[in-house]
Design a protein around this ligand. Structure first.
Ligand code: HEC
Length: 208
């Protein structure tokens, strides 16, 4: 296996991000954390099969899990196409979507590098364009389906308004003392991403 050219700290690119590049920090890690690193699965506390999917360093440290440049040889991709008990994530979790699998495959094909590029446009904040995509990539793996984590589902406008109204969402993403820090592993939302929520709330949480 060819060692990746990047190290434990991501190489950060300024926006605009290249739409053809898969960025580990924004596109891959949140997906792995929310779909695979849930408690009881592949986080530091549980690590089924010895596999921990919470940071670049540990993910790349597993022989054969990721073969940079070769998604076909990477076990991470293989298990997404398995049947029965070997399929990941296991039932009752929803399987990854084709789009999500493509993102992971393309990231490996592009060398499985540790890249970061955060585009965060605060000039025109909308629910469908700013808030929902962020929730989908960062939170939905745990907060969707028939038994969402903490009983909090975050998949549409009404659910998000309710979670903000009950006064626990913003303290969680701001990582305030005493709040349940969200997301619980991986990268916290950055300042600009938290700001998107603040702007949208100040505008009255429109369903736009
Ligand atoms: C890896 C799984 C996971 C991810 C990813 C995740 N959460 Fe959670 N979330 C949980 C669990 C488990 C709980 C319930 C236990 C707790 O409160 O810590 C929870 C609870 C919550 C609560 C209720 C907190 C309270 O005090 O009642 C909110 C709000 C929340 N999450 C929002 C989010 C948001 C917003 C994101 C994305 C930025 C997110 N979560 C990402 C697992 C996750």
């Amino acid at each position: 296996m060819t060692p990746p050219e990047t190290g434990p700290d991501p190489v950060v690119y300024e926006s605009p991000c290249d739409p053809d590049v898969v960025y580990f920090v924004q596109d891959v890690l949140p997906l792995l954390v929310s779909s695979c690193a849930q408690t009881g699965c592949h986080n530091t506390a549980s690590h089924e099969d010895g596999i921990i999917l919470e940071s670049y360093e540990v993910i790349l440290a597993h022989q054969d899990l990721i073969v940079p440049g070769d998604p076909g040889e990477s076990e991470l991709i293989e298990v997404l196409y398995e049947t029965g008990d070997d399929l990941m994530p296991p039932a009752p979790n929803a399987p990854l979507t084709t789009e999500q699998i493509n993102t992971l495959s393309l990231w490996i094909e592009q060398g499985a590098l540790n890249l970061s590029c955060s585009e965060c446009d605060t000039t025109s904040v909308t629910f469908s364009g700013s808030i929902l995509p962020l929730l989908n990539s960062t939170c939905a793996g745990c907060h969707s389906g028939s038994s969402p984590s903490g009983g909090v589902s975050l998949t549409n406008h009404a659910e998000v308004v309710a979670a903000i109204g009950s006064n626990n969402l913003m303290p969680s993403i701001r990582q305030e003392a005493g709040a349940s820090v969200m997301p619980p592993a991986g990268n916290p939302l950055n300042e600009c991403q938290v700001q998107l929520f603040e702007i949208w709330i100040a505008e009255g949480m429109p369903n736009n």
